[in-house]
Design a protein around this ligand. Structure first.
Ligand code: PRT
Length: 102
């Protein structure tokens, strides 16, 4: 199991855990809208690091983005496996070709 799959499984297991001891449970208890808002905040922080060419911070913020993306997906019961399957389906199709075919 890859690190993303492992993290997604941990996040899934935190559903219904004690918000006092689990950050994930605390975030999930606030609802899907809050999880989405938090993902947006972390994405903006990553954007700022990228724009500043702060590679060290971008690495850190990208990890925050991935964690909060997984929490947002879990909050809406979207499986990481389905997201990965969608990426797999797109494999080998250039974005240029895909856009031209629309
Ligand atoms: N990968 C992460 C992870 N990345 C970031 N975070 C937390 O996400 C929070 C990010 O919040 P912010 O940076 O916005 O800090 P904040 O204090 O909330 O700031 P404000 O919103 O108040 O401005 C921090 O508390 C981080 O610790 C994470 N918390 C948990 N995980 C993973 O999730 C697992 C389960 O964690 P728990 O649910 O806490 O057991 C852990 O073992 C980790 O593998």
């Amino acid at each position: 199991m890859g690190v993303l799959e492992q993290l997604a499984a941990t996040i899934e297991a935190r559903k219904g855990a004690d918000p006092e001891t689990s950050w994930t449970a605390k975030l999930l208890s606030k609802g899907p809208e809050k999880a989405a808002e938090k993902f947006g905040e972390e994405a903006v922080e990553a954007i700022i690091a990228a724009a500043k060419n702060d590679r060290e911070n971008l690495t850190y913020e990208a990890a925050d983005v991935l964690y909060h993306l997984l929490v947002m997906l879990a909050a809406r019961d979207v499986k990481l496996a389905d997201v990965l399957a969608e990426l797999e389906r797109r494999e080998g199709t250039s974005g240029i070709a895909e856009k031209a075919a629309r």
